[in-house]
Design a protein around this ligand. Structure first.
Ligand code: MN
Length: 257
């Protein structure tokens, strides 16, 4: 049986993690390596300043004092008896849509797997949705990835709507409109502190986006690429190179005078 690594950012005890592990059990030998406590919104952080230690919690099930990306590194780079053929992250409690994927520990685990050359899916369930619906969608998408593979440096970000899904739709990532304000409060000693991420998210045009698909009751599947280069801009800004080089040279000459 091929080996499948399951991780998350909600921690080893999260219901979504157990559901995903169970959903993928018929596709391969599932190993779970997950953070010992919740790491939501930790992004792509890696633990480099102290050792990370997997603690066995059950058969093929380990808790790690680290981040989702740490767990993927352990799983892919030698802790498991053989490298996994798939890394599945989730099922996150709450959506990971559009621009918010950059904060997401769930999606970052998939990014790490993708950078390490292992196909990966990230699965998130919007608040109020059913874990059984998310499990069914995750199993179908995972099976498809195992059979058909993924384009290079590309992961699939899957979100499951709060109601029973009408279907599955491929979608681009939506853009968040940053209308959020910070909320200022005062502590009993009169000092200010601030809450981030207080407001309701507002989204730009929904057409063709993951947010739009969710809005209409579909599971969204967004291919996310890890090449962050803006290739059109490399060509468009090409003359900046020689221009800035000349200025750099001129500045150096003035400094030496
Ligand atoms: Mn989470």
């Amino acid at each position: 049986m091929p080996l499948i690594l399951v991780t998350n950012d909600d921690g080893i005890h999260a219901a979504g993690l157990a559901t995903l592990a169970e959903a993928l059990a018929e596709l391969g030998e599932v190993w779970v390596i997950a953070p010992e406590r919740e790491q939501s919104a930790c992004g792509h952080a890696l633990t480099l300043h102290r050792p990370v230690r997997p603690v066995e919690m059950g058969e093929r099930r380990f808790a790690v004092n680290g981040t989702p990306s740490d767990c993927v590194n352990l799983g892919v780079l030698g802790f498991l008896p053989e490298p996994p053929v798939l890394v599945a992250s989730g099922i996150n409690h709450g959506g990971n849509l559009g621009d918010d994927v950059t904060y997401s520990g769930t999606v970052s685990a998939s990014m790490e797997a993708t950078l390490l050359g292992v196909p990966s899916i990230a699965v998130s369930l919007l608040d109020g949705g059913s874990l059984a619906d998310a499990a069914a969608a995750a199993r179908l998408v995972a099976m498809r990835v195992l059979v058909a593979g993924l384009p290079p440096k590309t992961l699939l970000n899957v979100n499951v709507p709060p109601q029973s899904p009408r279907g599955i739709r491929l979608a681009r990532l939506g853009h968040r409109v940053y209308s959020d304000k910070i909320v200022e409060q005062r502590d009993p000693r009169g000092r200010s502190h601030y809450w981030l991420g207080g407001g309701e998210p507002v989204w730009a045009a929904l057409e063709g986006t993951d947010m739009g698909a969710i809005h209409e009751g579909y599971v969204s599947v967004s291919p996310v690429q890890l090449d962050l280069t803006n290739h059109a801009a490399v060509a468009r800004l090409a003359d900046w190179g020689p221009a800035l080089s000349a200025q750099l040279k001129g500045a150096g000459e003035r400094r030496r005078q």
